[in-house]
Design a binder for this molecule. Structure first.
Ligand SMILES: O=C(O)CCC(=O)C(=O)O
Length: 274
């Protein structure tokens, strides 16, 4: 076979494998969602729990984040590190900085994990055990230029996140978590996006085509509000974030049957070293 024909065959084979994977993962996700109880969380892919933290605790965690965050990624102690997204090559979410595994350095957050406060909220809705990898505190500076658009974190196994606002998020200018309700069940649309992403060599989990974005819902709430979310629903951080920085405590987990153990490692490669 000539080089050109080999490349074409390889390209076709790659696309076929991606399409096959997307179908397989979507099938597994669908089987799991169909077996779960019917409630607002399993229907919409998110649910709001008001007043999870009181204002004094939110202010304490904002001060902790201000104290720990620097302009470049670094290890704080053990598995706790900061991730400054401006340092990543992809150029997205450049105003986002995050402290991963913050439960390892803060007894208040460690207690939230040990007492299974967030896990129980997910379990009550999913009807099965849930485990958390850990907590992060994320600080989103104002940004209307580099925010990542709609995406999913995975097709399957599920990623569950709980976003607990530490500052008030009253309108779009505060950069609310934004979701397309019910889109965790848009299996065909997700598979189409996966395939287009593969063909155009862009990020595999971006969801920019045939999305039901007229239904997008910015989730608002005062400091202390928790948003439970399944990350196989199409979601993004608010793209009209022009007001004040948004601070959030984020719980990262999955269902116990898919749990591989912590700690969180996302962005760790950027860390400069202890
Ligand atoms: O920060 C947000 O509101 C969105 C976060 C997000 O897109 C994600 O965790 O995948």
């Amino acid at each position: 076979m000539t080089g050109l024909r080999c490349d074409a065959v390889d390209g076709l084979r790659r696309r076929w494998m991606i399409a096959r994977d997307a179908v397989r993962l979507n099938r597994r996700a669908r089987a799991e969602w169909q077996a779960r109880p019917d409630n607002a969380f399993t229907t919409d892919g998110y649910a709001v729990v008001p007043d999870l933290l009181d204002r004094a605790e939110c202010e304490r965690l904002v001060a902790l984040a201000d104290d720990l965050l620097t302009e470049s990624s670094r290890v704080i102690s053990g598995n706790c590190y900061t991730w400054v997204k401006a340092q990543a090559a992809h150029g997205r979410n450049t105003q986002v900085r995050e402290i991963l595994n913050v439960n390892e350095v803060d007894p208040g957050v460690a207690a939230l994990l040990d007492e299974r406060v967030v896990q129980r909220e997910f379990e009550a809705r999913l009807g099965e055990p849930v485990e958390l990898y850990g907590f992060s505190i994320q600080v989103d500076g104002t940004d209307t230029r580099t925010k990542r658009g709609f995406h999913v974190d995975t097709l399957h196994p599920p990623v569950l996140k709980a976003f607990i606002y530490l500052t008030d998020v009253h309108d779009e200018a505060d950069g609310p978590y934004t979701i397309i309700p019910g889109s965790h069940r848009h299996y065909v649309r997700k598979a189409i996006n996966d395939f287009i992403n593969a063909v155009s060599s862009s990020g595999r989990r971006d969801m920019h085509h045939v999305v039901a974005d007229r239904r997008q819902t910015p989730v608002l709430g005062p400091a202390g509000t928790m948003i439970l979310s399944t990350q196989d629903a199409m979601h993004k951080g608010g793209s009209e974030h022009s007001g004040r920085p948004r601070y959030a405590l984020i719980a990262h987990g999955t269902t116990a049957r898919h749990f591989a153990g912590g700690p969180l490692t996302e962005g760790r490669a950027l860390v400069e070293g202890p």
